[in-house]
Design a protein around this ligand. Structure first.
Ligand SMILES: Cc1cc2nc3c(=O)[nH]c(=O)nc-3n(C[C@H](O)[C@H](O)[C@H](O)COP(=O)(O)O)c2cc1C
Length: 237
């Protein structure tokens, strides 16, 4: 059993401390351990240039690699990755999307990190009224395709534009939901097995890699043994 403090990284899709930020922090606080936070676009505000170097030459060839590095390192070290975004016109904020665009190379279709399959992820979204579902989907797509083994979602229509405007009744519901999520995160630590859906997607991507359309991806899958019998969720013998 892992007795080291749980590590959580929160990537905030906005740079202010409103309802979304509060809810994400409540989950991290209830989970306990260490938390590292990044606020977008303050801590990373670049737009993908579309050069595709990350896909064809390697992620270290991204023109924004230096700015991205601290966030990637924190995500690699974390047990739990929280992606939190207010709903902006039914979707995640532009800042969050710009960040996620930079990680297309670590989707399962390319070079997913083996360590992601043992991690847990949480998507947090708040709206004044509508758009939570599509926003959670925006966030969950990336966690799923990175290979994150277990994903929680917490969406709230808070009927407010800031935390002070959120009713006591809603705050009580948020307390309950964040406590339940934190309890599950703690319980599942060290025993995350990816869902059947993740394993099936990995299998499809494996077939694509067997056909081999992007040499550096194929090489990566071969080196990891994933075109043979190894799988990222299995411990190496
Ligand atoms: C640019 C912008 C677009 C928004 N679009 C929506 C929307 O599509 N649906 C909605 O219900 N609320 C929308 N809102 C309201 C916020 O999603 C809502 O107040 C949210 O709880 C704010 O979170 P925060 O306190 O973390 O900033 C929008 C707010 C802004 C600033």
């Amino acid at each position: 059993m892992d007795t080291t403090p749980m590590k959580t990284v929160i990537i905030h899709g906005q740079a202010h401390e409103g309802s979304t930020c509060r809810i994400a922090r409540m989950i991290a606080e209830k989970t306990g351990g260490e938390t590292v936070e990044f606020f977008l676009p303050r801590d990373f505000g670049q737009f993908c240039t579309g050069c595709t170097a990350c896909f064809t030459k390697g992620e270290d060839k991204c023109p924004h690699r230096a700015a991205l590095a601290p966030i990637l390192a924190a995500m690699d070290a974390a047990d739990v990755i929280i992606l939190a975004s207010p709903v902006y016109v039914f979707h995640a904020t532009g800042a969050m999307k710009a960040f996620l665009d930079h990680l297309g190379w670590q989707w399962m279709a390319h070079r997913p990190k083996g360590i992601m399959f043992g991690k847990q992820g949480v998507c947090v979204a708040t709206a004044a009224g509508a758009g939570v579902k599509s926003t959670l989907k925006d966030l969950a797509h990336s966690l799923f395709y990175w290979g994150v083994g277990r994903i929680e979602k917490l969406g709230m229509a808070v009927s407010a534009t800031d935390w002070d405007g959120v009713s006591d009744k809603k705050k009580a519901a948020i307390e309950k939901k964040t406590a339940a999520i934190a309890a599950r995160l703690k319980f599942c630590r060290g025993r995350v097995t990816p869902t059947l859906k993740t394993k099936a997607m990995f299998g499809i991507m494996r077939m694509v890699q067997k056909k081999g359309w992007n040499p550096i991806d194929v090489d990566y899958w071969k080196k990891n043994g994933w075109l043979g019998k190894e799988r990222p969720w299995k411990k190496r013998q």
